[in-house]
Design a protein around this ligand. Sequence first.
Ligand SMILES: CC[C@@H](C(=O)O)C(=O)SCCNC(=O)CCNC(=O)[C@H](O)C(C)(C)COP(=O)(O)OP(=O)(O)OC[C@H]1O[C@@H](n2cnc3c(N)ncnc32)[C@H](O)[C@@H]1OP(=O)(O)O
Ligand SMILES: [Co+2]
Length: 147
Amino acid sequence: MKLGRLNHIGVATPSLEASIAYYRDVMGATKIHEPFDMPSNGVKVCFVDTPGENGTAGTQIELIEPLGADSPIHGFIAKNPAGGQHHMCYEVPDIHEARTWFEGLGKKVLGDTRIGAHGTLIFFVHPKDMNGVLTEIMETPKEGAAH
Ligand SMILES: CC[C@@H](C(=O)O)C(=O)SCCNC(=O)CCNC(=O)[C@H](O)C(C)(C)COP(=O)(O)OP(=O)(O)OC[C@H]1O[C@@H](n2cnc3c(N)ncnc32)[C@H](O)[C@@H]1OP(=O)(O)O
Ligand SMILES: [Co+2]
């Protein structure tokens, strides 16, 4: 497998509202997307854009707040009540090939391959198998698709 673009850095927060204010007022973010719920992934989500080259979008910050009793980030927020850096997400051209690659290396893939916040397929690999970093792999959105 070949390492793709860093699509987003997931940042867990107990309050999307407070984190949005921080990125707007302290970090000077000028493009903050409308928050939305993703019950299928147990989180409320808000993307903050960082600028890329030549007017393109750069890597995003994905703010995530627990949603529902089974949210996968309840444990993280319990250990880090103020929130913090939660996962890194890399793009790949073929999600199924990528999953086979990580499984072939004996890495623990968490749950099913499923639709993520950008509308393409994603999966997660356990931080204990990834140098301490919870790693999300997502299929690159098709050109022109919502980003
Ligand atoms: C918006 C949709 C989607 C997108 O499209 O972008 C998303 O990003 S959804 C984001 C939220 N979803 C997920 O994170 C799904 C995958 N995660 C999980 O399944 C769990 O969070 C987990 C990784 C299995 C952790 O579960 P948890 O119950 O919190 O903890 P454990 O007790 O099992 O933890 C074991 C071990 O791992 C350490 N840990 C936990 N989380 C992280 C982390 N984010 N980064 C680094 N390390 C982490 C934890 O501290 C434990 O360590 P020890 O205490 O040393 O055993
Ligand atoms: Co993510």
